[in-house]
Design a protein around this ligand. Structure first.
Ligand SMILES: NC(=O)c1ccc[n+]([C@@H]2O[C@H](COP(=O)([O-])OP(=O)(O)OC[C@H]3O[C@@H](n4cnc5c(N)ncnc54)[C@H](O)[C@@H]3O)[C@@H](O)[C@H]2O)c1
Length: 242
């Protein structure tokens, strides 16, 4: 894809699933990748997988300490940020604890805002455009049983992308969301096989997705080929949401 080589690309939640596949995609396109996640580098072995053009920031995106490390790195340059880190803490509304609500909001929504705000400041100062991408979900469009917290965050990051797109367009900073359908990653490992099969059957393509299929969407939106796209939410879901 055009325009990704030598770009400085920040990816949160890069040690697993979609984040990991996204790191691979941008790396293969020649980008310099700055990966952020909670496990140690030793545990992830990301330095073995990506022997060059890779910086690893170990930390929790909800903490001030990690945000300061990201900010310090962004001062050295930034072109793209993929706000991918996300968690679920499912419970029906009546049974949902404050802790379950707060945890999901702080990772999936507040950290996305803070990292995007930080990125926007640096991108504006650099004055060479840029791209902010948020991980939404198809459930943002139609809700999901037991996920009031998660769905609120995923609908939230779509609204956030549209608002930031309006505010930052004049600096050629584009802001978009990607809404994956059901994708084969550890986040859905806790689901019963029957539910996964049912979701696959529901989609017109009759299967769940692969992490690489989401990574391609991020790369396209961040590339020069996506240069006229801003404020949108791209559904990458095998047609699940239609
Ligand atoms: N897998 C799916 O079916 C699916 C569908 C729709 C949306 N999504 C979204 O895509 C994103 C990636 O999902 P995935 O399936 O690859 O999940 P995953 O659990 O495989 O990976 C998530 C990564 O985020 C990291 N992370 C979580 N909390 C963090 C924190 N506080 N600080 C730093 N890193 C943190 C985890 O350590 C993990 O490496 C999430 O935002 C998720 O909501 C996934």
């Amino acid at each position: 894809m055009k325009g990704l080589s030598n770009k400085r690309v920040y990816i949160t939640g890069a040690a697993s699933g979609i984040g990991r596949a996204t790191a691979q995609k941008f790396y293969d396109e020649g980008s310099e990748i700055i990966l952020i996640d909670r496990p140690s580098l030793k545990e992830t072995e990301l330095d073995v997988v990506f022997p060059q053009r890779m910086v690893y920031i170990q930390g929790d995106v909800t903490t001030k300490e990690t945000l300061e490390k990201i900010d310090a790195e962004m001062k050295k340059g930034i072109d793209v940020v993929v706000n991918n880190a996300g968690i679920t803490r499912d419970a029906q509304t009546i049974k949902m604890t404050d802790e379950q609500w707060d945890q999901v909001i702080s990772v999936n929504l507040t950290a996305v805002f803070k990292i995007s705000q930080m990125a926007a400041k640096h991108l504006k100062e650099q004055n060479r455009g840029g791209c902010i991408l948020n991980a939404a979900s198809v459930v943002a469009h139609y809700g999901n049983f037991g996920q009031a917290n998660y769905v609120a965050t995923k609908a939230g990051v779509i609204g956030m992308a549209k608002t930031m797109a309006r505010e930052l367009g004049k600096y050629n900073i584009r802001v978009n969301a990607v809404a994956p359908g059901f994708i084969k990653t550890p986040i859905i490992d806790t689901m019963p096989e029957k539910v996964i099969q049912m979701m696959a059957e529901k989609s017109p393509l009759k299967r769940i997705g692969e992490p690489e299929e989401i990574a391609s969407a991020y790369a396209f939106l961040a590339s020069d080929e996506g240069r006229f796209i801003t404020g949108t939410c791209l559904n990458v879901d095998g047609g699940l949401s239609i």
